[in-house]
Design a protein around this ligand. Sequence first.
Ligand code: IDC
Length: 572
Amino acid sequence: MKNSILRFCRAFWLSIVFYPSSFGQSPTPLAANGRLQVINRQLCSEAGTPIQLRGMSSHGLQWFDQCYNASALQTLAMDWGADVFRAAMYVDEGGYLNNKVGLRTKVNQLVDWSAQNGMYCIIDWHILNPGDPNIHTADAIEFFQLMAQQHAGKKNVIYEICNEPNGVSWSSVKGYAEQIIPVIRQYDPEAIVLVGTPSWSGAPGDVRSNPLTGTNAYNTMYTFHFYAGSHYSQSYIDDVIKTVPLFVSEWGTSNYSGNGGNYYTNAQNWVSLMAGNNTLGIKVSWCNWSFCDKDESSAALNPGACGSNNWNNTSTSGTWVKDHLLNPADNFGPPTPFVSITSPANNSTVTIGSNLTVNANVGNTTATTVEFYNGTTKLGEDATSPYSWTINAIQAGTYSFTAKAILSAGGTLTSSAVQVTAAPAPNQPPTISITSPTNTTTLTAPATITVSANAADSDGSIVKVEFYNGSTKLGEDLSSPYTFDWANVAAGAYTITAKAIYNQNAVTTSGAITVYVNNLGNPTADIIGPDCVSANETKLFELNVANLPNASSFAWWCGFYPKYDSCFGTAL
Ligand code: IDC
């Protein structure tokens, strides 16, 4: 039976009773999948089944209000087979910042109409011009706090926090995301959050070297947007989805302008990749741009369709996309049983001699026992959940752990392997600090500067400590207490450091101290100026700062001679 007929039946029952699934119709996408989650970069149902959501994005809510009412959303769910509706709420361009209350009300209605029709709803903070999401962080925080408070606990809400960052780096977008995600999580801790990527959500690969972490990464996906007339980078995306959880929250059959024809051959290539035809078989969810009746080739409805509530009056693009929403029909199938090793992480390293616990999780089925293996060697087994096995004082080597569940219903299920290396603890560098003289000590030339340092190493031994003036080595000491006498030092300011060299070739440099040496009591060297001044004569005396690097005051005196005053000065 075709999905469209099933959906028609659901629409029929919906109009009579409120809850269609009790009558044996196919459950709605929301009823079938419940609260979504991200497992191993894959969007999954509440039960842990990998799923793909397909649906439509609105155009700008501020421009096409009449396209987004209760009957439109019902038709999208029932006739189009949409699993998800994206509410594209432009921030600028006459959008949210122009009409905050009105657009919040509209988004709230769209969330609820989506839920009533069994669809997920993406709340899209549609930044586009300007492209830096950080420009409106304060408004975004306020908006997402209100949204998360309003919709907390509803299973159908997905938050998209920045549509298409452009002219801005990933690290800057990440900084924005790190401010917004906690605001959402405070009220709606489990919801899926979508984060835009640089270059109009065209560069999700930028995330790879610097992804969000911790709770900011939990149930978070990154967006990729493509337009079939402009984007042909399938092999790039096939590679990116190996490491980055991806959601295509917007794509069009047109070129990137939203217009300029339809490119169905390339659109088919993308739809096929997103359906799971990629190296790892990952299903990528998508929303098509756009469900509106604007006269542009990406629009799914013919001009005038919205004003007459004619939601099946599709353009050529709308006809193509609707067909690809309905065929193949959704397959949200029964949850797949699985066993997986939850820790340690794949490709992790542990310290030789430590105790390592391997933890396994059995889902969507029950097990009587879980056996733990290193390669083909059985390590042991656990009959109670949470399942684990501990290796005491692990020896050097490379391990390949698997967990094998002996199922209650008979048969076995084996996890994928987790590789772990047991290696020596990473080398700890030595510590060193100068204990004397204290920073900014002032001495008199010719000075002897006695430098002393404390140096230690927790997992090795100190070979020697070297003492430096700037980058010039002064000397070294091979044994503790480490000290060096720098004798006969002329006036000047000196930056002194000490380096601890230890037996594994690592070096730690101490913090620097500055020592000042002044030429006290040497008036002729310290003072630039005349030897003698006549009575009542004004003459300039200058300090020779090269000799007096740290002088804090200046004193001068004059002796009386029959004819002249003779004056001397010095620094203190
Ligand atoms: C386009 C609309 C077009 C509108 C323009 C400016 O199709 O009618 O005039 O925005 O607001 C995106 C954006 C999306 C664009 C779309 C097509 O997310 O807002 O819509 N597009 O240009 N990214 C790439 C393409």
